[in-house]
Design a protein around this ligand. Structure first.
Ligand code: FES
Length: 503
């Protein structure tokens, strides 16, 4: 890989930025939507087309959060196997999960066509491939469940890959696109006729009521309904115990040999996911994987190196031109939560999209639009926050929450990595103990030091340094902060307070 560390996704680099204004006065609309990613923008556009006045409130720039870091697979092949969904949600639930993914994919296709969006949308087959006899047996076991759920799937002995495989489950009629070109097309159509899209506007509080009040650092928005489309819901404690944040990594480079356009998934654990995309007339390969729990990897650069090695050894790619990482929110029982928050009357959430954020994010826009308009949706019960599936994911629930409790205590008791600024070399970050207080310190390569509290402002776990992305990451629910303590990702809403270091 290039020595130049490029941590911007292929999508971000290949589309010009757009500027939208910040909120500059109090405002009243029908629906306030927090978050300018796939779920927020889709919800906003669909509601506007249904006659509602909407306001999108984005803390940074639109598409700068997890949507900008996606690898953008449009697929019915979910992270959770259909055999598991059938076991946990019954045959009907598994069928609805597949059908809702199909409906979301077709919604994207329809918007591309009707809005004439130039985003490289292409229908392609998807392949989950096996490299060992054991992996192939597992795919053969999964096939009937996938077919019963409604996928057009078959097990084939070959796949159009430049390395040998034992076989693959082939699924017809999946799709790929340039996510940012598509979503900028949606964003451009939101402002006007009483609707707004604001950037640089950070929400600091949400009050459910009639009307709801969304307080920001630039004014208050009154609305009949509020949508939290923030990837990880803001300060929603009961839901947080059912969501687990993982980091995932991606690399991209120009294809220097033939590879059939498609979506490709291996069967390793953690698995790798690859796909093609033509951008500005050049064919690229995008490969993702090497996932780990947030804050659980000391050497995040190692993950990039492993992914680069995987890509260069297997595919006709000689040079990786882009690399980036993102966050995946895994729900406890394998399906997202989309709908009204259990205790709120007018506040809606959409989260837990796993590795299929483009499909589930679009589904969230469709489902939340139906719920807000008072329309029936066949998918409402399946994705409800209050769905009753007590056994689904119970083992993961106990394990993951035990991990959170462990982190909460262990990081507090951990020995400090130093006691003085001189213990931190330029380019390094450490948690020091200074005058009896823990301080998270990062030093720029020129020696400038940034000192902040290591206590996450969400629920108080201690943050860990992510060297590859130069951020402080919270292992409990995935909040991320810049070296100076600014919130990069929720659920935290407040920055890490800065600390003074003695001379
Ligand atoms: Fe919940 Fe940090 S994100 S404690």
């Amino acid at each position: 890989m290039d020595d130049t560390r490029i941590h911007r996704s292929l999508w971000t680099v290949t589309t010009p930025p757009r500027d939208f204004p910040a909120l500059n006065a109090d405002l009243s609309v029908d629906v306030a939507i927090i978050g300018g990613g796939v779920a927020g923008l889709t919800t906003a556009l669909l509601l506007k087309r249904a006659g509602k006045r909407v306001a999108v409130l984005e803390m940074h720039r639109i598409l700068s959060g997890q949507t900008g870091q996606t690898t953008a697979h449009l697929t019915e092949l979910l992270d959770t196997p259909y055999s598991s969904l059938r076991q946990d949600f019954g045959e009907k639930g598994a069928r609805l999960a597949a059908m809702s993914s199909r409906v979301a994919l077709e919604q994207i296709a329809t918007l591309v066509e009707t809005l004439q969006l130039d985003c490289g949308f292409q229908r392609v087959p998807g392949f989950r491939y096996a490299e060992t006899a054991r992996e192939l047996e597992s795919l053969e076991r999964e096939l009937p469940a996938a077919r019963d759920a409604g996928l057009i799937a078959s097990v084939v002995r070959t796949a159009p890959l430049p390395f040998p495989v034992k076989g693959a489950m082939r699924v017809e009629d999946q799709a790929l696109f340039h996510p940012r070109q598509y979503l900028l097309g949606l964003a451009d159509r939101i402002p006007g006729d009483g609707s707004h899209l604001f950037e640089g506007t950070r929400v600091t509080d949400i009050h459910d009521g009639r009307p709801c009040r969304v307080v920001t650092d630039r004014g208050t928005v009154n609305a009949t309904a509020v949508v939290e489309a923030t990837h990880s819901p803001l300060n929603r404690v009961s839901l947080q115990t059912r969501l687990y944040p993982y980091r995932t990594y991606a690399v991209a480079g120009p294809l220097e040999g033939p590879l059939e356009p498609g979506l490709y998934y291996d069967s390793q654990d953690p698995y790798h996911y690859s796909r093609t995309q033509v951008v500005d007339g050049r064919a690229y390969l995008v490969v993702g994987g090497e996932d780990h729990k947030v804050g659980a990897e000391e050497d995040t650069d190692r993950r990039y190196a492993a992914l680069a090695d995987y890509t260069l050894r297997r595919f006709p790619v000689r040079q990786l031109t882009h690399r980036w990482s993102g966050q995946v929110i895994e729900p406890v029982d394998g399906l997202p939560f989309i709908g009204r928050n259990g205790s709120s009357r007018h506040v809606y959430v959409a989260t837990g999209f796993s590795g299929t954020g483009m499909t589930f994010g679009t589904l969230a826009g469709m489902l939340l639009t139906d719920l807000i308009l008072g329309n029936e949706s066949p998918f409402a019960a399946l994705y409800s926050h209050s769905r009753k599936k007590p056994l689904a994911g119970v083992k993961d629930f106990i394990q993951e929450n035990a991990d959170v409790a462990f982190r909460f205590v262990a990081d507090r008791l951990a020995r400090p990595e130093g006691r003085h600024l001189s213990d931190v070399a330029p380019g390094e970050a450490k948690v020091l103990e200074v005058e009896g207080q823990k301080v998270a310190v990062y030093r720029e390569p020129d020696g400038t030091a940034h000192a902040v509290s290591p206590v996450c402002t969400h629920l108080g776990c201690h943050v860990h340094w992510n060297g590859a992305e130069r951020s402080w990451d919270c292992p409990c629910h995935g909040a991320r902060y810049s070296p100076t303590g600014k919130v990069l990702n929720g659920p935290a809403m407040k920055d890490l307070p800065s600390r003074k270091l003695p001379e």
